[in-house]
Ligand binder design. Structure first.
Ligand code: SF4
Ligand code: SF4
Length: 487
């Protein structure tokens, strides 16, 4: 039997650490850091937070500006009201959001994760609460070492302080999580109704259950799971590398400048010792919310928060070295090249995104602000009425998607000499759906088949009528067999 030759592909001198995939992950104590990018994160995080909490309180023409009213099947997004029939628009929105994410990721890497992702923003707030209640990194490490007040040997002042600090932290976490959960439910329930009903203890069980669910989800995700959501649960972290190319903005350590790393005294000319600019202070690791060492290269755990850039820049400043040992850069730049936008992937995503946006805008603009759905009465196929006429019954659902009261005239195409009862003009309030039972009577001699296809058409009439406000829906008219007459 022929042997398959194998060869060693890992160099003999390679770092041969063995990773246990099931090993217990060590708790990360994030060190707080200030700097240019942390200020930038504040400037992006606060508007998002304020937007999230305040948006449901805004009203437009007496209704909640952003309101996903599930019982009435209306989705108000500022001046636009969408209905379940506009599901296709939701598909378009999702497609645009996906391609926008692909485009931004190819261009700027994980800026979404670092600056705007709700998980990052909420985790940053929870970390800040932890810092003001339990102290800085070293104080939190020491606090964890203090025996629990409820254990033997823990009933002392330090143990009591630990309980107090932890209680305060979890209380604040739960308070903020409750605010988040209630606001989220307010987008679907109506925030004013939710709060006023809660104040008089008359909230429905559904509202209470969902509020508790989202409160706990926020508390667990931002308080306990934190970076685990990004590393193990978020699918984006796994596939974003497929969008990267050599000109994508990444956060990277400049190993050519930094190595050989090593500590040194400030006033010693280290160049003579053969050391690079990295003084191996590990500050970049201590501030990292996912606990990685950026000096090991680009890793999928890196959420692009730029904590390490600020940390390293502060060290470089103290050492009187140029800033930027860790920086936003690209693989091309690191290899001595320059950045370019002429990349097939970037252009491809950009073109698709542009086309999707144009198509979406035109669909939205051309959208007819009235909808007609027709259901046949399931009780009976047809009945014979006075005068030998054949009657079919239909249920019409007319949705006025405009902001004005509209009158619609009903007509039929495909059937001749028919009577429509009880009326042919319907007035529908703005953003309302009206259900109408309509009886259609036809002379059996006029029918060419026992099953005739025809169309209901409604058209806006009156002063505010507009030629665009017209729509149709197909249905069938049944009669007795045989109805085919020679003509
Ligand atoms: S913060 Fe900068 S100098 Fe300190 S270990 Fe990290 S890369 Fe080296
Ligand atoms: S290495 Fe850590 S600190 Fe640096 S950007 Fe990535 S996640 Fe943030």
């Amino acid at each position: 039997m022929e042997r398959i030759p194998v060869q060693q592909i890992i160099p003999e001198d390679a770092d041969s650490r063995v990773f246990n995939l099931y090993e217990k992950k060590e708790k990360i104590y994030i060190r707080s850091m200030e700097g240019v990018f942390q200020r930038l994160r504040l400037y992006t995080g606060w508007p998002l937070l304020l937007g999230y909490f305040l948006l449901p309180w805004f009203q437009i023409e007496g209704r909640q500006a952003v309101f996903f009213n599930l019982p009435e099947q209306q989705f108000n997004i500022f001046w636009l009201t969408l209905w379940p029939q506009d599901f296709i628009l939701l598909m378009w929105t999702l497609a645009i959001a996906a391609f926008a994410l692909f485009f931004v990721t190819t261009l700027w890497g994980r800026v979404w994760c670092g600056y705007t992702c709700p998980q990052t923003v909420w985790t940053a707030i929870f970390s800040w609460v932890e810092q003001i209640t339990e102290g800085e990194r070293h104080q939190r490490i020491n606090l964890d070492k203090i025996p629990s007040f409820f254990s033997r040997g823990g009933r002392n002042r330090a143990g009591a302080m630990k309980v107090l600090k932890r209680g305060l932290k979890h209380g604040m976490w739960l308070g903020f999580a409750a605010l988040t959960g209630i606001t989220f439910v307010g987008y679907f329930y109506g925030i004013r109704d939710l709060v006023s009903e809660a104040l008089v203890w008359q909230l429905s069980l559904t509202a209470v259950s969902w509020s508790v669910f989202f409160t706990l989800a926020t508390y667990i995700n931002a308080g306990w799971l934190r970076e685990h959501v990004c590393i193990y649960m978020c699918p984006y972290a796994r596939f974003q590398s497929a969008m990267f190319d050599k000109d994508t903005l990444i956060i990277s350590y400049d190993k050519y400048r930094g190595e050989r790393r090593g500590s040194r005294k400030r006033n010693i000319s280290y160049k003579e010792t053969g050391l690079g600019d990295c003084i191996d202070c590990t500050l970049c690791v201590q501030v990292c919310p996912t606990g990685i060492d950026i000096r090991d290269g680009l890793q999928y755990e890196c959420i692009g928060c730029a904590h390490c850039i600020d940390a390293c820049d502060s060290i470089m400043e103290k050492m009187d070295y140029p800033k930027g040992l860790i920086s936003y850069t690209t693989e091309h730049k690191l290899a001595g090249g320059s950045w370019t936008w002429r990349r097939p992937k970037l252009i491809g995503y950009g073109v698709v995104l542009l086309i999707l946006c144009l198509l979406f805008s035109s669909i939205l603009f051309m959208r007819t602000p009235v909808r007609l759905d027709v259901l046949r009465d399931r009780g009976q196929l047809y009945q014979e009425v006075a005068g030998g006429l054949i009657e079919n019954v239909y249920i019409l659902k007319i949705i006025n998607m405009s902001d004005d009261v509209q009158s619609y005239a009903l007509s039929l195409d495909g059937l001749t000499n028919v009577q429509i009862l009880p009326q042919t003009v319907f007035e529908v309030a703005p953003r309302e759906m009206q259900e109408q039972i309509v009886r259609v009577r036809a002379n059996p001699d006029e029918l060419v088949d026992f099953n005739t296809e025809f169309e209901f058409t409604i058209e806006a009439v009156g002063e505010s009528a507009n030629a665009r406000i017209r729509t149709s829906a197909e249905s069938r008219f049944f009669g007795p067999r045989p109805l085919v007459q020679s003509r």
